[in-house]
Write a protein that binds this ligand. Structure first.
Ligand SMILES: Cc1ncc(COP(=O)(O)O)c(C=O)c1O
Length: 397
């Protein structure tokens, strides 16, 4: 029998729909997948070349558990350049992907029974990892009326003696919401007032649009820097999802705890991927690649939002970051497709799949009114997929 700790962990709904769509494709059925959680760009050549070099020079052995000195220094330089934050290498821990960083950071922060505040909609991994670490999830809802962002007042109301930390994810998966500097400063004031920590997931930092700027809560004050664990990584910024490199910047005691825990779980992240990541972060080619990718995502984002706004009954808040659009389709609930009543985001997604379009049900992110559409696919596929979605919606009775 599996342990109590693991018993309550939900399997990923995202993967379920994606698996169904894959199976249909394998059977020769045309499916447009709006489920992608990774950039559809290749890892740039200069990064691939660095990995090849790492192999050629025999950089293929264990590294320190917390990462190579070179990569940690490159990460410190990134924080100074992008976020005006000064970190020492001993405050940085490199992990096998940001997901692993989050798990280890939560394990270092949470005691059994501690509460962790999680704004909804949320990236589906957070609640499961909080539970796995013995924490209790406290959800606060941010609907479309507030642009899917929580207010400082909501946070203030949710905090009690058991609250240990807040998870803040900006730019946000699944909504694409980006908190402004002003909004973050208000939230920081509440955290400071109550003495709680923040786990700030900034993995989509570079993917912001329409004059939005990413702002890290750690840069609000010395206090916040001492009470924030920033999570970031290579996956989304450099199209390196398969390389599995994530990192944290944290107060020294937390970084030390994460490093020592990691030394017994995964040990160091892949040496070759670390070597390539150092090159990714330090070469001037990086900014060029990110700029080009960002521009293409922005074109698709605009196209998608314009199209969706013309579909009757859909409510779509314009996303300002990441590569997702979160769409409210609840006005169609109660209608039927092929004799089957659509009663929530899961049955909406299951039935839309019959017309060859795969979307992720919002219930996976804690919001059953919505579906998530990713624009990490070609503009041609976006167009075709939206036409199918429109056709599906029009055929509802
Ligand atoms: C908000 C968020 N944080 C973290 C991650 C994990 O990234 P990694 O590939 O580095 O594990 C993802 C991946 O989808 C994400 O959406």
């Amino acid at each position: 029998m599996v342990s109590k700790r693991v018993e309550g962990i939900c399997p990923s709904l995202t993967l379920e729909i994606t698996a169904k769509a894959k199976k249909m494709k394998a059977e020769g059925i045309s499916v447009i997948g709006f489920g992608a959680g990774e950039p559809d760009f290749n890892t740039p050549d200069y990064i691939n070349d660095a990995a090849k070099k790492a192999i050629d020079i025999g950089f293929t052995k264990y590294t320190p558990a917390s990462g190579t000195v070179e990569l940690k220094k490159a990460v410190c330089d990134k924080f100074l350049k992008d976020n005006n934050l000064v970190y020492k290498p001993e405050q940085i821990v490199i992990s096998s992907g940001a997901k692993s960083s989050i798990y280890h950071a939560l394990a270092a922060l949470i005691n059994e029974g501690d509460q962790v505040i999680l704004p909804t909609p949320f990236w589906l991994t957070y609640p499961e990892l909080i539970k796995l670490c013995g924490g209790e999830v406290v959800y606060i809802h941010a609907g479309e009326e507030s642009g899917y962002k929580i207010t400082a007042q909501q946070l203030d109301n949710a905090i009690n003696d058991k609250t240990k930390c807040l998870i803040l994810n900006t730019p946000n998966n699944p909504t694409g919401a980006v908190y402004s500097e002003e909004e973050i400063r208000e939230i920081a004031k509440v955290c400071e007032k109550h003495g709680i920590y923040v786990l700030s997931d900034e993995i989509y930092e570079k993917l912001v649009y329409a004059d939005e700027k990413h702002f890290s809560i750690a840069s609000c004050s010395d206090y916040m820097k001492e009470h924030t664990v920033i999570v970031n990584g290579m996956s989304k910024t450099y199209a390196m999802t398969g390389w599995r490199i994530g990192y944290i910047a944290a107060p020294t005691d937390i970084a030390k705890a994460v490093s020592s825990m990691q030394s017994h779980t995964t040990s160091n992240a892949c040496s070759i991927a670390q070597y390539a990541s150092t090159e990714a972060l330090t070469s001037p080619e990086g900014d060029k690649f990110i700029g080009e990718m960002q521009q293409i995502f922005d074109q698709r984002r605009k196209f998608m939002v314009d199209y969706l706004k013309n579909i009757k009954g859909i409510v779509c808040v314009e996303p300002k970051g990441a590569f997702y659009v979160f769409v409210n389709v609840s006005s169609y609930y109660g209608k039927s497709y092929d004799g089957k009543v659509i009663n929530g985001s899961l049955s909406f997604a299951e039935n839309a799949l019959k017309l060859g379009v795969a979307v992720i049900p919002g219930i996976a992110f804690g919001d059953d009114d919505c579906i998530r559409l990713s624009y990490a696919i070609s503009i041609e596929d976006i167009k075709e997929g939206l036409e199918r979605l429109d056709k599906f919606i029009t055929s509802l009775k």
